[in-house]
Design a protein around this ligand. Structure first.
Ligand SMILES: [Zn+2]
Length: 424
């Protein structure tokens, strides 16, 4: 980015921050912190396990309606949508402000949020209670200034979304739906993803991951009378140990994990099946393809060798002599594309200008977030904290502290308006 570009982005932010409408919005966020915290405590008390986000979605849609957002709806995947249309026609691309509504916690978990001063303790209080509260706060502040008839022309419309499926097996299905299906496919110009607390860290590089479930099957049998029958647990272990020997790079950083393993029915039975779940991650898409190939190769080699042995009639097993008694299945259970924002991206230029204005030092990071989807499609996106502080994320002791949430919200609002082109 040229010095000139940097200077003009900064002067646009200064101009934006000087507008009365923006002052009013800041004032709203300052005075309404108790209300924002009420929303947060209320929403984290509604369970939203993966694939069961309906109740929390319905609650959020009610808040969107209360705030007076346009065209509030829950789409066919379960995303909650509402919008502020652009002030000028024809329609340019929209700016998406999104926060995931799902949590990692299982269904049936009783959630009793504890509130003490500025602190909220509950599973999901921060991830993504903070993001959703921030989403509501920004929407409410924009509606509040619109009501007081202060003109803040938006060149681009703002789409607000509480999306499903960010965590684990959700596999970013909410974001995939928004970006790949009508009516929003091809209409989003940039995306701010609100996730968790804080106001200094920004995820600008999407960590890719691929996940697989590998199942090996065989006839099984009695541990004594059928001894020699191929054992799926042993075969799967061979696959795992072979993959563990792979050299994985530090640059680009690439990792492999075997997260779960199951199989077998009894200590004195040869199992009929065994399965394991693999998680591969890399900042480089090619490394993920390489690992997928290695996984297929390892499973196929091990199963082929076991079937050959059966065919040769080794062991007294009942399966002796028939080919292909050992079977396998490799199922892809997750695919998050790797991608990165270019150094000269407009969204980074605007963010740096906003942060300079607010006196914030931004740290750019790599992670797997909802932003993976837009980034992989070449659409500018970052995942940013919604202000305040938090910890114990993904544990039952998760907490959020709303002190200085304001700084985070100001940062999001300025960035959003800079992207929506309201300074001109
Ligand atoms: Zn999250």
């Amino acid at each position: 980015m040229s010095d000139l570009g940097r200077a003009s982005a900064f002067s646009r932010v200064i101009h934006l921050a000087a507008q009365r409408a923006v002052h009013e919005a800041f004032q709203w966020m300052h005075l309404q912190e108790p209300r924002i915290m009420d929303w947060q405590a209320e929403l984290v008390a509604i369970a939203a396990p993966p694939f069961h986000e309906e109740q929390r979605a319905a609650w959020l849609a009610d808040r969107f309606r209360e705030l007076g957002l346009d065209q509030v709806e829950i789409d066919s995947t379960g995303n909650v949508l509402g919008s502020c249309p652009p002030s000028v026609a024809p329609e340019a691309g929209w700016i998406l402000l999104s926060a995931h509504i799902d949590t990692i916690f299982p269904p049936g978990l009783p959630i009793r949020p504890k509130r003490e001063g500025s602190r909220l303790q509950a599973p999901g209080a921060c991830d993504n209670g903070a993001g959703l509260a921030g989403l509501l706060a920004i929407a409410a502040a924009l509606k509040a200034i619109a009501e007081s008839a202060i003109v803040l022309p938006l060149q681009r419309g703002i789409l607000f979304a509480g999306n499903v499926g960010e965590e684990g097996d959700g596999d970013l299905r909410g974001m995939r739906h928004l970006y790949l299906q009508p009516p929003w496919r091809g209409r989003i110009a940039a995306n701010l993803v609100l996730d968790g607390a804080g106001h200094e860290i920004v995820v600008s590089q999407a960590l890719g991951s691929r996940r697989f479930m590998v199942t090996i099957t065989a006839p099984g049998g009695h541990s004594w009378t059928d001894a020699g029958t191929p054992n799926p647990i042993v075969l799967l272990s061979t696959v795992i140990s072979r993959l563990s020997e792979l050299k994985l790079g530090e640059s680009p950083r690439t990792t492999m994990n075997v997260g779960t393993i199951e199989g077998g029915t009894s200590v004195n039975a040869i199992p009929e099946s065994a399965s394991a779940r693999f998680d591969f991650r890399s900042t480089d898409a090619e490394q993920l393809i390489r690992l997928e190939v290695e996984l297929h190769r390892a499973v196929e080699d091990v199963v082929l060798a076991a079937n050959r042995q059966v065919l040769r009639g080794n062991g007294p097993g009942g399966a002796k002599g028939s080919a292909k008694v050992v079977g396998f299945a490799i199922r892809k259970i997750g695919d998050r594309p790797a991608a990165a924002l270019p150094e000269d991206a407009k969204i980074l230029e605007a963010l740096r200008a906003v942060d300079r204005h607010l006196g914030i030092r931004t740290e750019l990071r790599t992670a797997s977030t909802d932003a993976n989807i837009p980034l992989s499609l070449g659409i500018e996106a970052v995942s940013i904290g919604a202000g305040g502080d938090g910890g114990g994320v993904h544990t039952y002791a998760e907490w959020y502290d709303s002190r200085d949430r304001e700084t985070g919200l100001r940062r999001i609002l300025l960035l959003l308006l800079a992207l929506a082109g309201s300074a001109d």
